[in-house]
Design a protein around this ligand. Structure first.
Ligand code: PCA
Length: 195
């Protein structure tokens, strides 16, 4: 059995739930050849990655897959790239609002995710669930986490990736896309199976 560390964020931006954690929490303990280690992490620059890496130091995962909410999207979107930029439109859960700062001073401009992004996307679509490869994880805490993990695990065999999920129906304002929780859970199961 291989170990997958899978994270979901705490609610942020005035929301009371985060679909990412709701979906991660509901996943089975095992998917295919993967044993899951689930972790809820704070929506805070730096701290999200620190908590994830502290957990990884203890559970020694073969892969780390992080899940976050992207409220404006209508599909499940595996992220292709993390960039070395922090720029926040809203404060994080500790009041940090960095403007045009690097994630890692002096670090490379970007890293590509080391999970099979296209295969994961295809596996989700094969379930009849809307999915698309995303080429930007934004410049907020999700990108901060993805970049930090890819930087940390560069030159190692540990794979790291990120998937953004839409709002849940109960969160979405009128006219904004959403996805039922059951569908998100099936999407994540398909993505993990494709790892
Ligand atoms: N989504 C945010 C941070 C936490 C989350 O779930 C983002 O896309 O950066």
């Amino acid at each position: 059995m291989k170990t997958l560390l899978i994270t979901g964020f705490e609610p942020f931006g005035g929301e009371t739930i985060n679909p990412a954690w709701e979906a991660v929490k509901a996943l089975p303990e095992q998917i295919g050849g993967w044993q899951l280690r689930k972790l809820q992490i704070p929506t805070v620059f730096g701290l999200a990655a620190a908590r994830t890496l502290a957990c990884a130091a203890e559970c020694r995962p073969d892969a780390v897959l992080c899940i976050g909410q992207a409220g404006t999207r209508s599909a499940v979107t595996p992220e292709y790239v993390g960039i070395n930029l922090r720029h926040a439109r809203i404060a994080d859960n500790l009041g940090n609002q960095p403007q045009d700062e690097p994630v890692v001073p002096g670090g490379p401009t970007a890293y590509f995710a080391t999970v099979p992004v296209r295969a994961m996307t295809a596996a989700i679509e094969a379930q009849g669930i809307p999915a698309a490869v995303s080429y930007t994880a934004g410049t907020y805490v999700c990108n901060d986490l993805l970049y930090t993990l890819l930087h940390h695990y560069a030159e190692t065999l540990v794979r790291a990736g990120f998937i953004h999920v839409p709002f849940l129906p109960e969160q979405a304002p009128q006219g904004v896309a959403s996805m039922p929780l059951a569908q998100m859970i099936r999407a994540l199961e398909a993505a993990v199976s494709a790892l």
